[in-house]
Design a protein around this ligand. Structure first.
Ligand code: RP5
Length: 169
């Protein structure tokens, strides 16, 4: 699946459309920041040529950060990171079979020295944090994105303060 996007700065790729229900929280979070990610289903194992083509051309297509989600033997983020100098953020998925996503976490995080992947937590928390982390990278060179990020952080803090205040009444 690919979405139309004239100015993609973030690409969200996932190993299977079965990862989409979790990765929707990543895509929605990016959209909340005003970003319109390119979204692709690409598998390191089932569509290796597409994975290679995507990674090799991402920078010249204007992508600045890649978020890659996969479950089981989660090689997608690592294989992309080996083919591009762009920052790659990995999100381990809990597949319908397998040990609670721990297999994917280790496959994502245990990169050999020299080819890093910024691995997030397993599942929805990691998906959301991947979007925020990608936005933090873009915010370094984009004041409008930085302002949205600041608003988000302040609103998040305020929400907790309000809940605490309500408990004190
Ligand atoms: C991985 O294998 C995918 O990222 C998915 O999490 C897992 C299972 O894929 P499906 O069999 O659901 O397509 O490649």
């Amino acid at each position: 699946m690919a979405t139309e996007n004239k100015n993609p700065q973030v690409a969200v790729v996932m190993g299977s459309d079965s990862d989409m229900p979790v990765m929707e929280s990543c895509i929605n979070q990016l959209r909340d920041f005003g970003l319109t990610p390119t979204v692709r289903v690409i598998s390191a194992h089932r569509t290796p040529a597409a994975a290679d083509e995507f990674a090799a051309n991402a920078a010249k297509n204007g992508i600045k950060v890649i978020i890659a989600a996969a479950g089981m033997a989660a090689h997608l983020a690592g294989s992309i990171a080996g083919r591009t100098e762009l920052p790659v953020i990995g999100v381990p998925m809990q597949a319908s079979t397998g040990p609670c996503g721990l297999d994917a976490l280790l496959s994502t995080v245990q990169m050999p020295p020299g080819v890093p992947v910024a691995s997030m937590a397993i599942g929805k928390a990691g998906a959301k944090n991947a979007a925020i982390f990608a936005t933090q990278i873009l915010a370094l060179s984009d004041e409008a994105v930085a302002a949205k990020l600041s608003d988000f952080r302040q609103a998040q803090t305020q929400k907790v303060l309000d809940k605490d205040a309500a408990l004190q009444k």
